[in-house]
Structure formats: C-alpha cells, structure tokens
Design a protein around this ligand. Sequence first.
Ligand code: PLP
Length: 404
Amino acid sequence: MKYIKKKLIIDKVKIEDIARKFNTPTYCYSYAQLKKNISDFKKNFKSFSPLICFAIKSNTNLNLIREIQKFGLGADVVSMGELMMALKAGINPKKIVFSGVGKTSKEISYAIDKKILLINAESKSEINEIDRIAKIKKKKVQIGIRLNPNTDAKTLSQISTGKKENKFGVNEKEFLKLISYCQNSKNINLECLSVHIGSQILDHKPYEKMLNVVDKIIVKTKHKFKFIDIGGGMGISYEKGSKKLNYRKYNIAIKKFLKRHSTKIIFEPGRSIVGDVGYLISKVIYIKENEKKNFIILDAAMNDLMRPALYGANHKTLPSIKRSRISKKTYEFVGPICESTDKFTSLKKFQKLYEKDIVVMCDVGAYGMSLSSNYNLRPKPVELLIKGSKIRVIKKRQKHSDLM
Ligand SMILES: *Cc1c(COP(=O)(O)O)cnc(C)c1O
C-alpha cells in the first residue's frame, strides 16, 4: 500500500476506484502481501520444516482460505463450523488440528469421522468424552493435550491465554496424570503436546520461557511426543515504527529445543499470516463539531471492525487522497452505531477531511471480518481480493433482504 500521485493504492488498484465501484464499507485483501507473509513465515523456520496450521478464526473467508491452502498450509480450527470451512477450502484433514476448551460431543464425533490430524484436548472431561466416542466408533483417535505453561505472554490481558488464571489447557500436575490415562486407553493415541500462550506477542522471551517449561515437562513424562504444537500468537506491527517480534531469536530457541527432543513442530499462526493483508475502506458520512469534541462519522462501524471496541485496538487510518491542508483540531473517528464504544481512533493534525471523503483502516485482515456482526441490523461488507490490477469479489455484500 502506497501513495502514487497522492492517491492511495493497494497493489495496482486505486482505493478511490474500489470505493466507487463496490461502495463502502468494503474489506479488501492484498494477494501479494499474503504470499509474502507465508513465504517469510516458512523462511523463518526453514531448517526444521514445521507444519503450519493457519488459525481459521482470524479470517474465515472461504476463498482466502483456499488461497492459503494452495501454499500448502494446514488449519487450526476451534469449532465444527471452522472445521467444515477448512475442509471445504480443500485443506487436507491430515493437516488440521482442533483446539478449544468446549468441544461438544457432536464436534468431537465430526472431527473423528473426518480423520483430522489431532484433537487438542483441554481437560480430563474432554479426553473422557473423546475416549467414549472413539470406543463407540471402534476407532483409535490421535490427540494432543494442551498444557497451560503458566507463562505471561506480555500482551493485552484480553488476549493472553497461557497464565494459570486463564481457562485454557491443563496445569502441569493434571498434564502428568492425563498422560497415564491416555497410555491406558485403547482408543486414544497421545501424539502431541500443545501450547498457545496468547496473541499479538512482540517479545520472543515469553516463547523462550514457554519452550523451557515444555522441555522440562517432556523430560518428566518420558512420553514420546510425535508433535509439539507451539501455537500462534506472533504479533504484527500495528503502529508505524513499533516493535516487531524477533523471529530469528524465536527460531534459535526452537532449534535449541529440537536438539533435546526430536519431534515435529506445529505452528498455528493467524494474525501474522493475514493481519496486514487486509484493509477496510470507508466513507465519511458527516463531520460534526460539538462543543467538546469533533467527530468524523464513518459508514463503517464496530459491527464491521470490532477490535477497537473489544480490545481498545488502534488501526492506522489513512486518507485515500493526500492533500496538503492539515486540520489543527482533534477528530474522533466513529461509526453510526448506538454505542459510545463505537469509535475507531482519535487523530490530531490529520489532513483536512470533507464529507464523502474515503479513508482506509489498515491491518484488519485478522480478527476484522471474522469478528463482524449484524448489530444494529447492518449488512456485512463485501470482501475483495486484489491480485495485481485484478479485483475479485470473494464474498458478496450482505443485503438487507438477507437479514429480514
Ligand atoms: C487464536 C488462536 C491461534 C492464533 O493466534 P494468532 O495470534 O492469530 O496467531 C492459535 N492457536 C490457538 C489455540 C488459538 O486459540
């Protein structure tokens, strides 16, 4: 994404043209960026060729997942719906792992029928349930157990998952007990230890700590794990010039771990694959100057992009046409929804905006559309895939009639 002759473009397409042709709000994704992210990710960990399972929950668009599948990635799913979507996108079941604290019997049964690589269980009760269903089906099921390593990921508390107060996984003591339970079961094959300590992690040290915890536990169990699934969570830089995760150091830590344990590494990245691939294009409906604050009222709202309302996230916001006039006032960028949390960002010394101007929110490819809703009975935006100068509709805009 860059400005050419003061006009913002993605790959070879002008934002203005997209807005005119497809209306707003509109999500679009850059194929070139997606390709680059996947190839960079593979390069970073080339020496041990991990299985990379894309975390479907970060972006559930069928056509986008199809593109990801073509690069050979598997999937990490957290519901039956996501598992069905991954399979529909052509992902090999032997590259699919199923995570989540509350898998229902129906979901477990479906996963067993589809012969996926691993069901990563998160409690004793869940393992009992997998065992029970596998026995009825007369099948042997490959599972993992998710360990809660009690490691602080040093990220937002809302997206931290690896501390002992979090609901995810089991603690070390329980983990050791569950291993002997699994070893005694005829219908369960314990193949994997899994961990996922959180999201938007920018410091490699929590990962190092987590690997140390995993290392110690494996030694204690004396169990041979075919896979170690170390989850996702790699952070991206949302703000210009902000810190980046040091992949080189993370890679070194994993290689050190692999010297002590010969096993296949699984990753479950979501945000780092699709985060900076997506843009949300929106139009200024009104500009309103109140006594205390000034507002840019957009046609996109928290139902289209919930991260700011949910986590206080801030997305880089750019005008589609660059002008030299700068406004001295501070403007809050808000949506039309009847909630005070329906705001995106607050900017001062932004260029002077006018009603009907187009603005773009960046880095919305992960947890953007997938968290969207129909709140206020607003139809969901269209999704576009940009490949060079070609624009492809990969999901149609919802119509009001779809909602009635
Ligand atoms: C959400 C989630 C991921 C993906 O996290 P990112 O921060 O998007 O990389 C991976 N694994 C599990 C178990 C998750 O819940």
